[in-house]
Design a protein around this ligand. Sequence first.
Ligand code: UDP
Ligand code: MG
Length: 315
Amino acid sequence: MNKQKVISIVLPAYNEGSNVNVVYEHLVEVFEKLPYELQILYVNDGSKDDTLDFLRALAAKDSRVDYLSFSRNFGHQAAVKAGYYYAVGDAVISMDCDMQHPPRMLPELLAKWEEGYEVVYTIREQDKRLGWFKRTSSSTFYRVVNALSDVKIEDGAADFRLLDRKVANVVATLSEDDPFLRGMIKWVGFKQYAIPYRPDERVAGESKYTLSKMFKLAIAGVTSFSVRPLHLAIWIGGIVTFLSLLLVPYVIWSFFTDHVAAGWSSMMLAIGFLGGVQLLVLGVVGLYIGKIFMQTKQRPVFIVSEMSKNNVGGI
Ligand code: UDP
Ligand code: MG
């Protein structure tokens, strides 16, 4: 008995109506030459376009295709996490549903898995075609996340990766609100291997990662893995206290030399400065309290409203 291994491809899709079929065709073509059974699992993340119609049609036509559909937009990270939970494969590969993560690289990822690596992830090489803003914002993202958190993530680490079934199970059941998968997957350990790649162009539509979504991801990246910003807050508090102590001799001197009324500007400066620092530090503390608050509610990271019936699993 030589049962073929099943490989699941997880594709989070938010308004990707015009890409669903293109990605499907490329995946099927790549797997024709591979000795695996294929499951393609789309996760419709509350799309407002015709994505879900395309998914229903595909799943009816080809039993290798499955889909989950969220009750609203829960975000890319939640969609990938849901994929890890419901996919049935011995290995689960997540990729963008826009052809930016080239399907031609799949044999390479799978070969590393067969060698015994349990996590095979990819690192995006710097690419001029990506545009100045995307490149700068992305490298700033990694610099900030790495400087402030305890888990180190390579610049350009992408959500294009293969997880062995047992790693997918662990990641899918981590009950973290606001998941930051790149960090979580580094954190879980296992045998990991990184492959560099050049992203292709998006076939249709535009990036769904708006500036505010990117900002949210950066905050999740830092606050999920470190309390270093809180330590930073203590440092800022200490330094400012020390600086204000330096003002004491000047205040005493002014008092005895009748310069008291003339101190208005320095006082305004000090009040403004201290007020700003206090609000900043309070904000950092608030960020963590907010995180505790959200986590105590134990709400699910996503809600599925509809799914296909071909091969969806669920651990
Ligand atoms: N995506 C999603 N939910 C969102 C935003 C994005 O499921 O709220 C999906 C999107 O459809 C795509 C993948 O996540 O398949 C990555 O997004 P995108 O390609 O827009 O990001 P970029 O590659 O530009 O960083
Ligand atoms: Mg993309």
